[in-house]
Design a protein around this ligand. Structure first.
Ligand code: FMN
Length: 331
């Protein structure tokens, strides 16, 4: 099931946050942070591939422009238990542009096709692409249509479209998630033109209403429905959004109680501490819990408690477990 997806976010969607989302909403497809192919080739540390066994539907996102090296990393990701490989064609940062990957690959669809085919030769899991609508001056639909057509012909069957352009010159990655206008109509048009392609939309989907809207039949494009919605920033700010989304999609009736989620989260941290400990300290392990209760009574106290410096994971567990008992159940 992949109707709901957690967007890849560097500095956020590492294994601990993905675990939390999995406990809150087990049907959500999870995406790793982007892992640079060059970084792994030059420094092949195992932590790049870290994941919990409980995450049973996690996509490994890679960023690179070298087909054979990308294939090597993809193979390793498959062996480590990831369920899909995703190629980043949406990141606009200077560092990424200088290394010729991310959004600038949209100008080189043949190169992306080569990467897809090199990966497909060595793995048995799906290979998807996350991309924008265009870059800089390429604002016409034909640009993205040509890109998608090329990767589709190369065997890609799943795309995630961040429904805005990337502006590569003079705009920070942060502004690139805000300033270029959203054009969801292009995504519907893609679905009409490539009906067999699995198409997920991304970009400022930050409420249950928007989730419902994008997952319903389009009024404007008859017989066209998108296959999924991907949520980024709002997932960090309000992780329970996914739980509520699972309820409206009828995947579940009963929402997990805060206390149960916290207990289970800490139990899994403890059980996995041997491999977690060299990568994350106590603060970074509990940081994903920061906004768990946003919008609920007691949210501020909770945030303060999460950001308190603890001497050990056991101390954090004791304190946060006690506090979670007093939190109201989700409505
Ligand atoms: C802090 C941060 C880091 C991000 N890192 C990545 C990344 O590693 N790979 C990627 O494809 N997109 C990355 N993105 C973009 C998101 O995946 C997503 O496309 C974007 O935030 C728009 O979705 P939203 O409006 O739901 O946040 C990042 C976004 C944020 C806020």
């Amino acid at each position: 099931m992949d109707t709901l997806r957690l967007a890849p976010m560097m500095g956020y969607t590492s294994a601990p946050f993905r675990l939390l989302i999995h406990l809150l909403a087990p049907k959500v497809q999870l995406y790793s942070e982007m892992i640079s192919v060059n970084a792994v080739i030059h420094n092949p540390q195992l932590h790049y591939f870290s994941r919990f066994d409980e995450e049973n539907n996690t996509v490994f996102q890679l960023g690179g422009d070298h087909p054979e090296n990308s294939a090597k990393i993809a193979k390793k990701a498959e062996q480590t238990g990831f369920n899909e490989i995703n190629i980043n064609c949406g990141c606009p940062s200077n560092r990424v542009q200088n290394a010729n990957f991310g959004a600038c690959l949209m100008q080189q669809p043949e190169k992306v096709a080569n990467i897809i085919q090199a990966i497909q030769k060595v793995v048995n899991i799906p290979v998807s692409v996350k991309h924008r609508l265009g870059i800089d001056k390429h604002i016409d639909y034909e640009f993205v249509h040509h890109f998608v057509n090329t990767i589709h012909q190369a065997g890609c069957r799943r795309i995630i479209v961040h429904a805005r352009n990337a502006w590569l010159a003079g705009l920070s990655p942060r502004l690139n998630r805000k300033a270029p206008p959203l054009k969801p109509e292009f995504v519907y048009q893609l679905k009409q033109d490539f009906p067999t392609l699995n198409i997920c939309i991304n970009g400022e989907i930050n409420s249950l209403d928007k989730i419902k809207h994008y997952l319903s039949q389009s009024q404007k494009y008859p017989n066209t429905s998108l296959d999924g919605v991907m949520i980024g920033r709002k997932a960090w700010d309000n992780p329970y959004l996914f739980t509520h989304a699972e309820r409206i999609l009828a995947y579940r009736q009963i929402l997990p109680k805060p206390q149960e989620v916290i207990e289970h989260y800490f139990q899994l941290l403890r059980e996995n501490y041997t491999w977690l400990n060299p990568i994350w300290n106590t603060h970074t392990l509990i940081r994903p819990l920061t906004h768990l209760f946003n919008g609920m009574n007691g949210a501020k106290n909770w945030r303060i408690a999460v950001s308190t410096p603890y001497n050990s994971l056991a101390e954090a567990e004791k304190n946060l477990n006690n506090l979670a008992k007093a939190m109201p159940p989700p409505i």
